[in-house]
Design a protein around this ligand. Structure first.
Ligand SMILES: [Zn+2]
Length: 74
């Protein structure tokens, strides 16, 4: 799959990354259909908030739940 990652201030990339899997009973795998940039992503983009190199960014999205862990009820 493709994901947006940040490697350093002003260095954001769209890269191939491993497919997500359910690891914990409370996990869900969501196929993202639409996403946007959040203000908190801009802090990292400008170097004003720390991120691990290669960390995925973006958490504002619309998608379809494709798989859930055993403890997900809603
Ligand atoms: Zn946000």
């Amino acid at each position: 799959m493709r994901a947006t990652t940040i490697h350093a201030p002003y260095d954001m990339r769209v890269e191939d990354v491993p497919e997500p899997i359910v690891q914990l009973p409370t996990d869900a795998v969501v196929r993202v259909l639409r996403a946007c940039i959040c203000g908190s992503d801009l802090w990292a983009y400008r170097g004003e908030a720390a991120r691990q190199p290669g960390q995925r960014i973006g958490h504002e999205f619309l998608g379809v739940v494709e798989e859930t862990g055993s403890e997900v009820t809603g």
